[in-house]
Design a protein around this ligand. Structure first.
Ligand code: TYD
Ligand code: MG
Length: 446
């Protein structure tokens, strides 16, 4: 019988078991077993750390930094999100819902890297090379610089990368793309591809490879619901940079956000639009988000929201209708439903609006998600406008958090938000600076 190379370890109490168990016999917790490698000889050639070799301590002041060298991806919005471009050996996790455009974005980066005469290695475990070729054709990309590795075995992939880069084959690899980490598996683990143990172990090996070869690597990870398939959350601490590609499949805009970046700020966002030839960079997003906005209709208010360092203008839409059954409905899309309940309570109590027999629907136009409390005021004004069936004054935009006392509370970067709104022609801009209470804001908005 082959030697066991892995075991299942309870993530709560470290109890070890050769088989997976639903409940830990030691601590009684459920679903805590993760498969872990115990014998790594096949990957590291038997060089496991020997006990008793002393590490050498040193003063941090003796470490020299120098400027970090950055390599452009060729796509300005993407470079900005990374903080200026790729750093050698940087491991990036690109996460997002299936079908959102992750493969499209990376194919596009490969395309723009032809400008720098750089090759890109595309490890595909998810799609066939034909499918990738079809995508490239669609984007008018002849793909002469794209080197495919079609495998799902992580040891084979690492071997392939090593031979390609070190084996003297003539190629200048500027980026390695792994599509997707959930399809890869190691021989050392018995769990299926996509299980927490496999995802974690494969990423660890790939990330060591990227560092060893000094080539940036992007791992694609699908955002998944909890279950047997591991989502990107288990990887976040293992990579240098975490990017999320968000948006709504039914809509064309995509926002690329960073939630972690060891080589730059985490507040930059990139905005793209999905077209028939792939993703297009959007340089002046607010203008486009609002381009379909109807002027002067009841139930609409523009909110000024920060996406990272960038103020963006979104349209908040509200609809109120008489409740036909006893219990009024409150439905949202793109906005937190619990927060809406709170805002409705504030509107009733502090601004005297009677919503107890109205269903309230709130929607952020364009399929965006807004999590900032700064959207509160615009949501309240949209609801007030819908309820009274009266449009707000032309060119009204608003931001500010609504407190339970009906006060408008300060939020970050107020000056930047006002500037962006003015730039886009908004004149009646309601801010925590010029309105102190919700009822005062409602008066000023109409
Ligand atoms: P894809 O990049 O395969 O998504 P992911 O890798 O995140 O799962 O692409 C998703 C969708 O984008 C797919 O439904 C087709 C669409 N698409 C376009 O609209 N235009 C294009 O040019 C391309 C390549 C794809
Ligand atoms: Mg894909």
């Amino acid at each position: 019988m082959a030697k066991t190379k892995s075991q299942y370890i309870c993530q709560t109490c470290s109890y070890k078991s050769p088989k997976w168990m639903g409940q830990c016999v030691e601590c009684g917790e459920w679903n805590t077993f993760v498969e872990t490698v115990i014998d790594r000889s096949s990957v590291f050639g038997g060089n496991t750390t020997k006990l008793g070799v002393a590490a050498k301590p040193y003063y941090l002041s003796t470490v020299t930094t120098g400027a970090v060298k950055r390599d452009s991806s060729g796509i300005e919005e993407f470079d900005r999100v990374l903080g200026g471009g790729f750093v050698s050996g940087q491991v990036i996790l690109l996460a997002g819902d299936p079908g959102i455009g992750k493969s499209t974005l990376l194919t596009q980066i490969s395309k723009s890297m032809t400008k720098f005469k750089k090759d890109v290695v595309y490890v595909c475990g998810e799609e066939s090379p034909q499918q990738i070729r079809v995508r490239a054709d669609r984007m008018d990309y002849p793909a002469e610089n794209l080197i495919m590795i079609q495998d799902t075995n992580v040891e084979a992939i690492v071997g392939g990368l090593e031979t390609l880069v070190r084996g003297g084959e003539k190629s200048d690899v500027g980026l390695i793309i792994v599509d997707s980490i959930q399809t890869l598996a190691s021989d050392d683990l018995t769990g299926i591809a996509g299980s927490v143990g496999q995802v974690r172990f494969c990423s660890q090996i790939l990330s060591q490879t990227a560092k060893r070869l000094g080539i940036p690597m992007i791992l694609i990870g699908h955002v998944t619901k909890e279950g047997t398939v591991a989502g990107p959350k288990v990887l976040e601490h293992m990579v240098d940079t975490v990017l999320y590609l968000e948006g709504d499949e039914q809509h064309l805009f995509r926002i690329l956000k960073t939630t972690k970046n060891r080589f730059g700020a985490v507040s930059e966002v990139g905005i793209f639009e999905m077209g028939d030839k792939g993703l297009r960079e959007v340089k002046n997003p607010s203008e486009i988000f609002l381009s379909t906005k109807e002027q002067d209709v009841p139930g609409s208010c523009v909110a000024i929201i920060m996406e990272g360092y960038r103020p963006l203008l979104f349209e908040v839409q509200a609809l109120t209708v008489n409740t036909s059954f006893g219990y009024p409905r409150r439905t949202t899309s793109g906005f937190n439903a619990n927060r809406l309940q709170v805002l409705i309570a504030i509107l009733e109590k502090r601004a005297g609006l009677n919503l107890s027999n109205h269903d309230v629907y709130v929607n952020i136009a364009g399929g965006f998600k807004v999590n900032e409390y700064a959207a509160d005021l615009a949501v309240c004004l949209a609801i007030a406008s819908a309820l009274q069936n009266k449009p707000l004054k032309s060119f009204t935009a608003a931001f500010g958090e609504c407190g339970l006392l009906g006060e408008i509370r300060r939020v970050s970067n107020e000056a930047g938000r006002v500037k962006e709104a003015k730039k886009l022609g908004y004149k009646n801009i309601l801010t925590p600076d010029n309105v102190r209470f919700l009822n005062e804001a409602i008066k000023k908005a109409f």
